[in-house]
Write a protein that binds this ligand. Sequence first.
Ligand SMILES: Cc1cc2nc3c(=O)[nH]c(=O)nc-3n(C[C@H](O)[C@H](O)[C@H](O)COP(=O)(O)OP(=O)(O)OC[C@H]3O[C@@H](n4cnc5c(N)ncnc54)[C@H](O)[C@@H]3O)c2cc1C
Length: 414
Amino acid sequence: MARTDVVVLGAGIVGVSTALHLTKRGLSVALVDRSGPGEGTSYGNAGVIEGNTLLPYPFPKLGALMRVAFGRAPDASYHLSALPKLAPWLMAYRANSTMERRILFANRMRPLFAASLPEHEALMLESGATHLLHREGWLKLYRSETDFAATEPERALAKEFGLPHSTFDQAGALALEPSLSPVFTNGVLWTKAANVSNPLALTRAYLARFTTLGGIVLTGDARSLHRSGDRWRVDTNEGPVDAREAVVALGPWAQDLLDPLGVKLPLAVKRGYHRHFKPRGNAGLVRPVVDVKYGYIVAPQQQGLRLTTGAEFAARDAPPTPVQLERVMPAARGLFPLGEPVEAQPWMGCRPTFPDSMPVIGRAPGHGDLWLNYGHTHWGLTLGPATGRLLSEMMTGATPFCDPAPFGAERFSR
Ligand SMILES: Cc1cc2nc3c(=O)[nH]c(=O)nc-3n(C[C@H](O)[C@H](O)[C@H](O)COP(=O)(O)OP(=O)(O)OC[C@H]3O[C@@H](n4cnc5c(N)ncnc54)[C@H](O)[C@@H]3O)c2cc1C
């Protein structure tokens, strides 16, 4: 039987980063996942480290909602059968979509987003993973002057927050990305965003660093977590592991463990899909590019050009329905040099999302030695190292690098 200070449950980018930070602070740590580390949601994202993020994605306005409802919106989709169960969550999400609430998000999340790239850089350096990082920013494309002009308030706000970006006309954007077709009018380059060319390889590099520092990786079902005397115990294929404290970093699966423990928090998922395409001829992309009108991203990855979709509101475990991918393909083929698909089927992942779009970081209410780090929604790759550092500082009594109070689970019971 293994005995450690901490057991971290879930080995996605969030769990691995947390485990690594705890190990660096001198604790003995076991990391448990039921499958391969980094192979969950953290495998298939667009690879963008979006430190420039300011505002959360709002609930769709009426016109857009109608398009979603009639299955015509390319950037969002839903399963009718999931709506009754999802309705309270959707209403809470809507309540968080006022400009006042979105600005509150911007202020509360800014320290985490500001730390996101430096924290990755530090871990990449010690993990030998800097070759995966590309600092070319990310480019958002607009298909009409009107759509571009509508972003003016957000860009003004970004200036107030000191977030650098450059605007381009079509020729300027084509100079940045010569393989694009001229079917757009304007581009905005967010210069401080970066991207990772293989998110799975990155998580594995952080994992290797964790084991080099003495961390243990075990295979098992986190739902076996139970009390054993004054400690937590988890059953794994390698035998039970006992720990003084436990961290839940199970992303979209966190409530499977927490609900039975009485920690009922309002987590839902925004599902998303990706598919890789071979580039046509010698074409390629320098950086991730967003086609704003259609709500998808194409990112250069080691496996090919990875096209990722917007949000699908559906039950986490319902069979995949990649209709959004099909809807955006004509637009994507008209803009990007996409050749043959690399895989037979698209990949599907679930963004773990709270109604206020912020993660929960801190103690589980009612369980002093159970800690939470999940709900990173669209930004788990971005925020894994920063939130891992924050939680490890809280758990070791160090001064947290930013105020953790806004991220406490208690915010849902007020
Ligand atoms: C299409 C798409 C594009 C995205 N693009 C970006 C992007 O460009 N930038 C960005 O920052 N974010 C992006 N995201 C979001 C990001 O991928 C997620 O926020 C992030 O991966 C969540 O990480 P996690 O570690 O919390 O969860 P996960 O990576 O899902 O890890 C959870 C782990 O828990 C394990 N687990 C589950 N249940 C159990 C159990 N019972 N027992 C043991 N183990 C269990 C799973 O096997 C998994 O390894 C995107 C997401 C999607 C879907």
